[in-house]
Ligand binder design. Structure first.
Ligand SMILES: CC(C)(COP(=O)(O)OP(=O)(O)OC[C@H]1O[C@@H](n2cnc3c(N)ncnc32)[C@H](O)[C@@H]1OP(=O)(O)O)[C@@H](O)C(=O)NCCC(=O)NCCS
Length: 155
C-alpha cells in the first residue's frame, strides 16, 4: 500500500469524505476555513482525509478524519493518523486533541496511537447539532475528548 498525503486548500477538501465523520456540512465549512486539510491518495484515488485546527501555540485539534467506506479496514486510517501525529510533532506541537461521540472502534483507533481520555463534554451533540445524530442505531449525546501528549523522547 503506497499512500501519498498532501495538504489541500479548504476549497479542495473532499466534503463527501468529511461528512462520514461529521454529518453537518455547515459545521465542517465553519471550521475548514481556519484549519489545515490533508488528503491521502492511493494511486489516483483519494481514499482518506483529515482536518486539523490550531488551538493556541502548541496544541492542535484533529477536527475530522475519514476513509472512504470502500477502502476502510485496509490500514489507510492508521497510516493517515500516524502521519498527522508525526507531522505535528515535527512542527513542535505539545499535544494533539480529538473529540469523538462514538465509543466503538474509533475509540480503540485513537487509544492505540497513545491518545488518552481527558474529559467528557456532556450533551455536546444535543447542544451543537440541530438534529439528533445516530450511529449504528445509537444516538450520540456526549463527546469524549482525548489528548495525545507528545513527550520529549519522541512518543
Ligand atoms: C475511523 C476511520 C478513519 C479508520 O480508518 P480505516 O482506514 O478504516 O482504519 P484502519 O484500516 O487503519 O483500521 C484501524 C482499526 O479500525 C478498525 N475498523 C475500521 N473500520 C471499522 C469498522 N467499520 N468497524 C469496526 N472496526 C473498524 C480496523 O479493523 C482496525 O482495527 P484493528 O487494528 O484491530 O484491525 C474510518 O473507519 C472511518 O472513516 N470511519 C467513519 C468516519 C469516522 O468515524 N471518523 C472518526 C470520527 S471520531
Amino acid at each position: 500500500m503506497s499512500l501519498l498525503i498532501q495538504e489541500v486548500s479548504g476549497i479542495d477538501a473532499p466534503m463527501e469524505l468529511l461528512l462520514l465523520a461529521d454529518p453537518s456540512e455547515d459545521k465542517i465549512r465553519s471550521y475548514l476555513s481556519g484549519s489545515t486539510c490533508f488528503v491521502a491518495s492511493s494511486g489516483a484515488v483519494v481514499v482518506g482525509a483529515c482536518v486539523v485546527q490550531s488551538r493556541g501555540t502548541d496544541t492542535y485539534e484533529l477536527m475530522s478524519i475519514a476513509v472512504h467506506p470502500d477502502h476502510q479496514k485496509s490500514g489507510y486510517g492508521t497510516a493517515l493518523l500516524q502521519w498527522v501525529i508525526d507531522f505535528f510533532r515535527n512542527v513542535g506541537a505539545r499535544q494533539l486533541e480529538v473529540g469523538t461521540g462514538t465509543f466503538g472502534y474509533q475509540l480503540a483507533f485513537y487509544q492505540r496511537h497513545g491518545f488518552r481520555v481527558t474529559s467528557i463534554d456532556y450533551d455536546f451533540f444535543v447542544n451543537n447539532y440541530p438534529e439528533p445524530i445516530f450511529e449504528d442505531g445509537i444516538q450520540l449525546f456526549d463527546m469524549l475528548r482525548l489528548t495525545l501528549r507528545y513527550s520529549s523522547n519522541g512518543a
